[in-house]
Design a protein around this ligand. Structure first.
Ligand code: 0RA
Length: 642
């Protein structure tokens, strides 16, 4: 017999219906039921502990991925309150886990929830979507525990022991009938928790993975906050000044910003609202950019670095080579944009702007050498921009004369409707030939690329327009680059990179992704960039349709299934594809290009960001980190010719 039998009153029934709704439409609450949604469960639980840290009561959070993909999150905060709610007659702790959006309702105006995943939905959603959840609370001298299954209480909060400590521990096992996979990816969680630790100065976050034979562990704690974040982002880059610039203001809308310039040509500004990555930017970014442009122009004028006859430096020039992280805390954030990651609150612009105006102007006055180094770079960026404009006009004029703006190598499709059109960027002429023959020419265009790519790390926009490898890509996509890029002009809804599964293929993929990341970022943000997945193997036998396998696991699975049909391994021919060039047009169509059967992987900002990171490392100016990387990854990058 259960010790606690529930009587369901009206409120309780509402509760159950609430969590039932979550189980019926999980996507509405956590975005998706893919691995992304699965990771989201962990973020939701950790966010609650981060809130406790932001309130000043928690200094350490431990996250363990246990064998069987059970997640355990433990913090040393005050412990979730356990007092009985006068209306529902159940404990506050149980309410938090069973009532939708209960978080933040307790403790009066003790503060507001600031952290929160993309959806910020709270513990009850995690509970609803887990096969089981166990919560253990230490507070008021005791240890208390409760348990739920698929969101329903099976054991109400009960005192199970004594303790002098305080804190909250949540263990849960996600529901396999809801999620596509239950296998957490350690690296994804590691990246997110590193980011969280950067964003919450001084908070120690420990992540452990005890699933495999060799347990993994990472410990993050950054006293420098965003300063450490910027140092981390720039670790492989050549810096223009030693210490990142750091400004912080804890007013009504707390703002924390760190900036460091590098000798690179790209602009890397990351913005966060309540610890959520606002990849589409918004009003905080707007305020920052305005202030940055104004402060540097004012400074350059006042020091006579810009003469009276000179025009103002443009924002793009001032942001060349910048790495910056902006973090704001907003009580009622409004998220807009395609992916709801653009801050809409208009009051934030002015707050960020005036704070940066004041602090950055002071900083430049106090650090004239840093100011000089940055401004020299801005001025040369400005000259390059002028040269780029001329180069671009030349290209435009030339193409007007030739009466076509499309590159000669492009085999275009017949449809002109971008929504249905796709372009395959194919490495190598021979694979390009097969792709041209195998494609559906109505909606599939082929652009072959060959030879070595331009090193975009060391090139400015003027070089890129003139580059014979990248110019065809720019013209084919048809929407310009950099600040001229206009997503409404893209000629294809899908831009698909098709490269071999070997080191050279990886090289070209990294190069193209980096190029898109730096010069056509909205294309990635908008979800228009994809990676084609050519098969690694073909299994064949007389009288049997060929079977293609895309991974080693796929191959094992195929062997198993065929064995069950009485076909042994020894009867099967196995071909390992070394390159796209080995497939004939029909095979290429069937395995990699036919929308009915192919596998496409959508490139996310995370993918592009790490490609960019790898790229800076391999192509940039800093020799030390590159050597370290190659030594650490020697077994993976044996053939990489750098
Ligand atoms: C005291 C008061 C409140 C929450 C907590 C402690 C608390 C909650 C969690 C969740 C995970 N770990 C935790 N540690 C402490 C209520 C504050 C409010 O809702 O405004």
């Amino acid at each position: 017999m259960e010790k606690f039998e529930h009587e369901y009153n009206a409120e309780q029934i509402q509760v159950l219906e609430g969590l039932e709704a979550v189980r019926k439409r999980p996507g509405m609450y956590i975005g998706s039921v893919s691995i992304r949604g699965l990771h989201h469960l962990v973020y939701e639980i950790v966010d609650n502990s981060v809130d406790e840290a932001l309130a000043g009561y928690c200094t350490e959070i431990n996250i363990i991925i246990e064998p069987g993909n059970i997640i355990c999150v433990k913090d040393n905060g005050r412990g979730i309150p356990i007092d009985i709610h006068p209306k529902t007659k159940i404990s506050a702790a149980e309410t938090v886990y069973t009532v939708l959006h209960a978080g933040g309702k307790f403790g009066g105006d003790s503060g507001y929830k600031v952290s929160g995943g993309l959806h910020g939905v709270g513990a009850s959603v995690v509970n609803a979507l887990s096969e089981w959840t166990e919560v253990t609370i230490q507070r008021d001298g005791g240890i208390y525990a409760m348990r739920f299954e698929r969101g329903k209480t099976v054991k109400s909060l009960e005192r199970i022991g004594d303790s002098k400590e305080t804190g909250t521990q949540v263990r849960f096992f996600a529901d396999g009938t809801i999620f596509e996979t239950l296998e957490y990816e350690y690296e994804v969680l590691e990246n997110r928790f590193r980011e969280m630790a950067f964003l919450t100065k001084g908070l120690k976050i420990i992540l452990e993975d005890t699933r495999g034979e060799t347990p993994r562990k990472a410990e993050f704690c950054f006293e420098g906050g965003l300063r450490s974040f910027v140092e981390y982002l720039n670790k492989n880059k050549e810096k223009l000044h030693k210490d990142p610039i750091y400004i912080e203001k804890n007013g009504d809308i707390p703002v924390e910003i760190s900036i460091q310039y590098t000798s690179a040509y790209s602009e890397n500004i990351y913005t966060f609202v309540n610890n959520i990555n606002t990849i589409e930017g918004g009003t905080h970014l707007e305020g920052f950019k305005r202030a940055l442009t104004k402060v540097f122009n004012d400074y350059a004028r006042s020091k006579n670095i810009l003469k009276e006859k000179d025009g103002n430096l443009q924002g793009d020039d001032i942001r060349e080579g910048i790495t910056a992280v902006i973090s704001v805390k907003v009580k009622e954030p409004q998220f807009e944009g395609q992916t709801k990651t653009k801050l809409g609150n208009s009051e934030v612009t002015g707050v960020v702007q005036s704070m940066v105006n004041e602090s950055l102007a002071n900083f430049l006055e106090e650090n004239p050498n840093v100011a000089k180094a940055i401004l020299e770079k801005c001025i040369s960026a400005s000259r390059a921009r002028e040269a780029a404009r001329k180069a671009r006009e030349l290209v435009r004029r030339k193409s007007a004369l030739e009466s076509t703006t499309l590159p000669g190598k492009l085999a275009d499709c017949s449809s002109k409707n971008p929504e249905e059109c796709e372009v395959y960027i194919v490495e190598g002429d021979s694979a390009g030939g097969s792709a041209k023959q195998g494609r559906d020419r109505k909606f599939q265009a082929i652009l072959p690329l060959w030879g070595k790519m331009l090193n975009v790390e060391k090139a400015r926009a003027d070089k890129i327009y003139g580059n014979d490898k990248l110019n065809p890509v720019i013209l084919a996509v048809g929407a310009g680059i950099g600040s001229d890029f206009d997503i409404t002009k893209i000629r294809y809804g899908k831009v698909i990179i098709m490269a071999d599964a070997d080191v050279d293929g990886a090289h070209i993929r990294t190069l193209l992704l980096t190029f898109f990341f730096r010069y056509m970022r909205p294309l990635i943000e908008n979800g228009n960039v994809f990676l084609a997945q050519p098969p690694l193997y073909k299994l064949s036998k007389k009288g049997m349709t060929d079977r293609y396998c895309y991974t080693d696991e796929d191959l094992e699975q195929a062997y198993k299934e065929l064995e069950e049909k009485g076909i042994g391994r020894d009867q099967l021919g196995l071909q390992r594809y070394k390159g796209l060039g080995e497939m004939n047009p029909e095979q290429l169509w069937e395995t990699t290009m036919n929308p009915e059967t192919r596998i496409l992987v959508k490139v996310t900002m995370d993918d592009a960001m790490s490609a960019d990171e790898t790229f800076s490392l391999l192509m940039g100016d800093e020799v030390g980190p590159r050597r370290d990387f190659i030594q650490a990854n020697a077994k993976y990058v044996k053939n990489l010719d750098i």
